[in-house]
Design a binder for this molecule. Structure first.
Ligand code: ZN
Length: 205
């Protein structure tokens, strides 16, 4: 039997059980449902952690968080400017806008470097193709991640209750969901504050 990832050990993202020796495990499957807890694990190159998974998770999260904040803050400044002037204008004189707009590509570059050189994601793809396909993924992800993490939280709660009734523990997965929902809720509140501030100056000016 040919395996997709020779010499890679797979562990459940929820209960940390070793998956390779579960009955019927086949790494050619893209999803493997853990026999112990029932969590559906993604079996893909993106989920292989080469060295330090905690560091990768922390840096990956921070970079994604900063990128989302920048995208939302830029959008909020554009929207408040449109409301104020009733037209789309260029913001070359707006210092905060300039700082944010220039920071986004810089954080994108740091993220690309981190993923490729340190976390070794996508190393099986040619560098140019990988960069061209990854940047739009970043942007779409940065736009939707905060809303998705906050809005899907009630469903995670329902799922937890449903599984609790069945006697299956999903605590690790749920803790992660709570962390993401709380941090992205803070991000949305910070954005709302920025919107209120930029809106407040136009109301009082
Ligand atoms: Zn499991």
């Amino acid at each position: 039997m040919q395996v997709r990832f020779p010499d890679v050990d797979w562990f459940c993202d929820n209960c940390n059980t070793y998956l390779n020796n579960q009955r019927g495990f086949d790494d050619r499957k893209y999803i493997w449902k853990c026999k112990k807890c029932g969590y559906k694990n993604s079996i893909s190159a993106a989920n292989i952690r080469h060295e330090n998974p905690v560091m990768h998770n922390v840096f990956g999260f921070l970079l994604g968080y900063i990128r989302s904040y920048l995208v939302y803050a830029i959008a909020v400044l554009i929207i408040s400017e449109i409301i104020r002037k009733q037209e789309i204008v260029l913001f070359f004189g707006h210092r905060l806008f300039l700082i944010l707009a220039l920071s986004y590509p810089v954080v994108i570059m740091i993220s690309l470097f981190f993923e490729r050189a340190i976390a070794k994601y996508g190393i099986h793809k040619p560098l140019g193709n990988w960069i061209i396909s990854t940047i739009p993924c970043y942007f779409v992800g940065d736009c939707f991640r905060p809303l998705r993490e906050v809005l899907t939280f009630p469903f995670a709660l329902l799922n937890l209750l449903r599984l609790k009734i069945k006697g299956i523990s999903f605590t690790k997965y749920f803790r992660k969901k709570c962390f993401y929902a709380a941090t992205y809720l803070i991000l949305l509140l910070l954005i709302a504050l920025l919107f209120w501030k930029s809106g407040a100056c136009l109301v009082f000016s």
